[in-house]
Design a protein around this ligand. Structure first.
Ligand code: ADP
Ligand code: MG
Length: 240
């Protein structure tokens, strides 16, 4: 199979307001291969979240080309885009987006229960428990999100994305709502998942954490100003 999972070519996104046009990202080129770990960095307002939303098929592009495993996505209808998103994308939101009324297990299981074609109950259970094990949260399966620390909630959000067995994990500001200890632990977890084979694209405005990725692309006012490859291997810190 093709090593390239995602490929953006000259992608721009313009938000059209009443009397302003915001050029959120302009002429971005980016290819992500299997096993890659990319950090998208840049100051607030530079277009990081817009770029990640486009990669996650949560937002459409104004111009350019976006291919997922050689399928041009920009001309697909919404249902076909949703299918492609379910199949390939695991999205982790900065605010976790867990449902307080559901247990950890049910939060992770929820997106799987809406899969077409439907997954068998024991397949859902296998995937949920497997994903919780990967993030070391199996022992919290019966807890509710509000009984967990922020770092633990972030790990459950990562498990929910992993349970879909996506081609790539897209992570927006994984440390944005965490103190430095929990932030370090979540970054160590992402590094470990990448070493085990998970392809990751992460947004961060924190230069220190960007160094955990294998390579970085830097945005300024929606334009790619530089890209670099990490000198050392990605993070080797312990998961705590
Ligand atoms: P970052 O994540 O780097 O902080 P964003 O991608 O959120 O940046 O925003 C990039 C630019 O696009 C900003 O000027 C922001 O105000 C604008 N923007 C983002 N989302 C929208 C939207 N839904 N409507 C209008 N403007 C938007
Ligand atoms: Mg953002």
């Amino acid at each position: 199979m093709d090593k390239t999972i995602l490929a953006l070519h000259q992608v721009s996104k313009v938000f059209f307001g009443e009397d302003v046009e915001t050029h959120a990202i302009s002429n971005i080129n980016l290819e992500i291969e299997r096993g890659d770990y990319v950090a998208i960095t840049g100051p607030s307002g530079s277009g990081k979240s817009t770029l990640l939303s486009i990669l996650g098929l949560l937002d459409d592009i104004t111009s350019g080309s976006y291919r997922i495993q050689d399928i041009e996505t920009s001309t697909l209808d919404a249902d076909t885009q949703a299918e492609l998103r379910n199949l390939h994308i695991g999205f982790v939101f900065q605010s976790f987006n867990l449902l307080d009324g559901l247990t950890v297990f049910d939060n992770v299981a929820l997106p799987l229960q809406y899969r077409e074609p439907a997954l068998a109950t024991d397949e859902i259970e296998r995937r949920v428990m497997g994903a919780l094990k990967q993030v070391e949260m199996s022992h919290r399966a019966k807890h509710k999100p509000n009984q967990l620390s922020g770092g633990q909630q972030q790990r459950v959000a990562i498990a929910r994305a992993l349970a879909g067995e996506p081609s790539i994990l897209l992570v927006d500001e994984p440390t944005g709502n965490l103190d430095s200890k929990n932030g370090d632990a979540v970054m160590a977890l992402l590094g470990e998942l990448n070493r085990q084979g998970t392809t990751i694209c992460m947004v961060t405005h924190d230069i220190r954490y960007a160094g955990y990725a294998k390579r970085q692309i830097q945005l300024l006012d929606g334009v790619q100003v530089s890209s670099s490859v990490a000198k050392r291997d990605s993070c080797t810190a312990e998961v705590v």
